[in-house]
Ligand binder design. Sequence first.
Ligand SMILES: Cc1ncc(COP(=O)(O)O)c(C=O)c1O
Length: 460
Amino acid sequence: MKYPPEPFRIKTVEPIARTTDYERIGIIQDAGYNVFNIPAAKIYIDLLTDSGTSAMSDNQWAGMMRGDESYAGSKNYFNFEKVVNRIFGFKHVIPTHQGRVAENLLFSTILKDTKGLVIPNNNHFDTTRANVEYNGGQALDLVVDIAKDTQAIADFKGNIDLKKLQALIDRVGPERIPIGMLTVTNNSGGGQPVSMANIRETAALLHKFDIPFFIDACRFAENAYFIKMREAGYRDKSILDIAREMFSYADGCTMSAKKDGLVNMGGFFATNNDELAQQITNRLILIEGFPTYGGLAGRDMEAIARGLEEVLEEDYLAYRISQVEELGDRLIDAGVPILRPTGGHAVYLDAKNFLPHVPQSQFPGIALTVSLYTHAGIRAVEIGSLMFAHEDSETGEVVYPDLELVRLAIPRRVYTNSQMQYVAENIIELYQDRENIGGYSIEYQAPVLRHFTARMKPLA
Ligand SMILES: Cc1ncc(COP(=O)(O)O)c(C=O)c1O
C-alpha cells in the first residue's frame, strides 16, 4: 500500500471550531495579517509546527499517572535514562525542559571564555544558531549544494558537504572547532534526511582531528526510517538498530523530545564525555533543577520514555512519513510548486513560484499564509523574507533569502487523512486562483525576530 493507514484508533476527541469566511477576514485583519497573532481556537487545521503538538497515546497517559514526583531519584528518571541509553547509547543522560536548554547548556559550556570558535552543522536550527551566537561562536551551515534547489530530487538532501567541512578545518584549524554537528532530519533544509554514510564519514573526519561529533536528534526516528527505506543495506534492519548505529558514531546529542519523543514538553542532553557531563550537570542545577529531573516533572519523563519506545514502531513511522508524502503528492499532481522530495515532518510550499507576480519585497510567503487562513482556516508558517531578509551592514541594501517557503508542519498522530485531503484541496484551489493574491508591506516590526510580532498590511 503506497500510503499506509493510521495504526491507531481515536479514543478521545477534541472538537475544533470552523469559522466562516467572513469571520476569518475580520480575525486576520485584527491579527495584523500575521498568523502568529490568531488565537488557536480560531484555527481549523493548525500546521504552524510539529513541535510539542503530538497526540500522546493511552500508554503515555497511563505513564503520567505513574509519575513519581520525588525531588531526587524519581523512578521515572531511571526508566527515562534506561530508554535513552538503550536507543542512543550514551552514558550520561541529562533531562531538560526542552531542546534549546540542552543546546544552551552545551554551548555555554564549550564556547565559554574563548573567542573565534566555529560550529559547523548541515543546517543549524534557529535556536541552535542563536545559542551558538549568543555564546560568542560562529554557526556555519555546510549542507550539500543540491539542498538549495527546491526541485532537485535526491535521497539525502540533508547531508553535510564533507569537502566544505574539510575546507573549514583546513582554513580555521581544528583547535577553533570545539565540536561538529549534524541535525537529523534537517529541519531548516526542508526536513530532509541525512544518510548513515554521511553520519559515519562526518564522524570519521571530525575524529581524525580530535573534534567531538554531536547530533541534534529531534527527528532521529524519522531520519532512521528514511535510511531504512533509501539506503542500501538497511532494509532488513530495525529502526532501533539503525538509530543505535547513527548515535554510535557520535560523542553526544541534544534532543527536543517535543518531536520524536511524542510529547508536548521535554528534552535532554546526552554524552559519553565524563568531564563535559559533569560541567553540564553543574550548570543544569543552576538553571533547570536537580540532575534527576532537570526542569521536568516525573510524569513528563515517563511520557518521554514511553514516547521514545513508540516512535520506533515501524507501522507508526510508515504512516507518519507517508501522511506527509501523500499531502506532497496531491499538491505535486496538481502542479503546485513545493520543495521536493517531501521531508519527514512537513510540506514546504515554494511561495516564489506559487506567486511569481509578488516580488520578495512584498512578502509572497506572508501573502500565502494569509490566503490559506482566510480561504480555509489553515495556519502555516512563512519561512522567507519576513523571517530572514535583513539590511546589509555595509551597503544598507536589503538582502533577501534564496528561498521563500511556507511550511505546513504536520503534528504527529493529530490530524486524519481526510483533514489532510481538505488541506490539499484548499491549497489547490488557492493555486488556481493565485493571480488574485497580492503582496503585503510591514506596518510594525520589532528589532529582532520580527516575524513573531510584525503587523502587516495588504498593498491592494
Ligand atoms: C532541529 C531542531 N533543533 C532544536 C529545536 C529546539 O527545540 P525546542 O523547541 O524543544 O527548544 C528544534 C525545534 O523546533 C528543532 O527543530
